[in-house]
Design a protein around this ligand. Structure first.
Ligand SMILES: [Zn+2]
Length: 143
């Protein structure tokens, strides 16, 4: 395998990993703050793979073989990537407070679309950590 091809595959893998982490975080109502876990654990996994390879080569009293080294490095990256997905998947969903009834809710992905409170059905606009009331359900209007 050529190094250039491995590099391209790794970049595609990293972008895919970040998009997977981003979509999990959006579903949980969290920002992209934890997406960095992906590349960090990916790189840590790579170096951990090289360290393990060094130990294995030392125990077997053989020279470090570059092909074997990249296999260990890639195995470490895959473990790091899976670990980052596991950590992000285990994060609790972040709920916001409805200004109308005080109930907690998880905003729908994409803050542009209005969200309805699951408790009182008030139409809410979420902007970052701020929640605005944009409409009242017909049954709570005072007429
Ligand atoms: Zn509410």
């Amino acid at each position: 395998m050529s190094g250039g091809l491995i590099f391209v595959i790794e970049i595609i893998g990293l972008i895919t990993l970040c998009s997977i982490l981003g979509s999990i975080l959006r579903k949980k109502g969290r920002g992209g703050g934890f997406v960095w876990l992906g590349p960090v654990l990916y790189l840590l996994g790579y170096f951990a793979g090289l360290v393990v390879e060094g130990f294995v080569a030392g125990m077997n009293n053989v020279e470090v073989n570059m092909d074997v080294e990249s296999v260990y490095g890639i195995a470490g990256e895959v473990i790091g990537a899976l670990l980052s997905i596991g950590i992000v998947a285990a994060l609790p969903a972040k709920s916001l407070m409805c200004p109308s009834c005080g109930g907690g809710f998880i905003p729908s992905p994409g803050s542009k679309t209005p969200t309805f409170c699951p408790h009182c059905q008030t139409e809410l606009q979420v902007s970052g950590k701020m929640v605005y009331e944009t409409g009242k359900p017909p049954d709570t209007e005072d007429n």
